[in-house]
Design a protein around this ligand. Structure first.
Ligand code: SF4
Length: 316
């Protein structure tokens, strides 16, 4: 099977204290082929991180299906989920808060192998050294504590820990947004090199279009819990079709001016509507410079406009 991850009509809804429902993720579908990277972008509150957490089974799934290489990971529980965990791992945004400050780095990287019983215990320390070398750190650094490393090195340690279980899929949640620009490039190059060497599949969450452009094969743009545009990365930047994608590209400081111009110059105004009281029609209508009356009455569905490019807009 060419697809490694298949997500269908995923929903993550939370009840509010006042009897309402937050539609954090509201009917999201996508596939990722083996050895490829799908980026999910959007403003904060778009549902991109909740989608990543749901794929990791770290957020409660209220609807839909997630299939990892034939295993329905949205439906399995208990021991079956524990046995499947090594196959999908996550790298978090803030490497410092995701590493236990009281543990030496060697123990942090070894822990998933100990918890999940992977490999012979006698071989795990050698594997830790191998993983450190794989992410560009000297093996003897395993006896140091996280605070003795720089931000970029700590993200390398997070990556080594994720690789420890030999996963098929790594989910990255804003993995370089806490790093300065020069270090970002080094970590992104490492992430790409590891994919080339090992054939890993990535789901990559970021608010930074300059970053996703660097690492992703395909991009899904989320707005208020839904995907509004999905296309190969080059196509999204060369010819964005949804007004929200155009506005994001026009406003992205990390993109070259020629890309920003292709965004059409539209600027994002105002805030998204509440995810509790959702509008009936297009969720972007209150901020869309092209909105017409019909947009407020009917919700657009995601339609394929060109091979691989799907857009949810009545006027696209
Ligand atoms: Fe704008 Fe209408 Fe398209 Fe929504 S459907 S993005 S409001 S033009």
């Amino acid at each position: 099977m060419n697809q490694l991850l298949s997500v269908r009509d995923l929903k993550v809804h939370f009840p509010t204290a006042h009897g309402g429902t937050v539609h954090a993720v509201d009917g999201v579908s996508f596939d990722i082929r083996r050895g490829r990277t799908l980026g999910i972008v959007g403003e904060s509150g778009s549902g991109k991180t909740t989608t990543a957490l749901a794929v990791m089974r770290l957020a409660p799934i209220t609807g839909g299906e997630i299939d990892l290489d034939g295993t329905p990971i949205s439906r399995i529980e208990g021991e079956e989920l524990r046995r499947t965990r090594p196959r999908f791992q996550m790298v978090f945004q803030d490497p410092f808060s995701s590493l236990n400050p009281r543990d030496r780095v060697g123990r942090i990287i070894r822990q998933p192998m100990d918890l999940l019983g992977l490999g012979e215990p006698s071989g795990r320390d050698a594997r830790v050294e191998e993983l450190l070398a794989q992410v560009g750190l000297r093996p003897e650094l395993k006896s140091l504590y996280p605070h003795q490393f720089s931000g970029g090195q700590r993200q390398r340690i997070g990556l080594a820990r994720a690789l420890a279980t030999r996963p098929d899929l790594i989910v990255f949640d804003e993995p370089v947004s806490a790093l300065d620009v020069a270090v970002q490039a080094q970590v992104l190059n490492l992430i790409r090199r590891l994919q080339r060497e090992t054939g890993l599949t990535y789901l990559f969450i970021s608010h930074d279009l300059g970053v996703v452009r660097h690492v992703c094969d395909e991009i899904a743009v989320m707005y208020l819990g839904q995907i509004v545009e999905k296309a190969p990365a080059a196509q999204i930047f060369a010819a964005p079709r949804h007004p929200y994608t155009q506005a994001l590209i026009a406003a992205a400081p990390s993109l070259a001016p020629e890309h920003r111009r292709r965004g059409g110059g539209a600027r994002l105004q105002g805030d998204p509507p509440s995810p509790v009281n959702l509008p009936k029609g297009c969720r972007f209508a209150s901020r869309c410079p092209l909105a017409v009356e019909g947009c407020r009455r009917r919700m657009p569905t995601l339609r394929e406009l060109a091979p691989g490019q799907a857009v949810a807009c009545h006027l696209a």
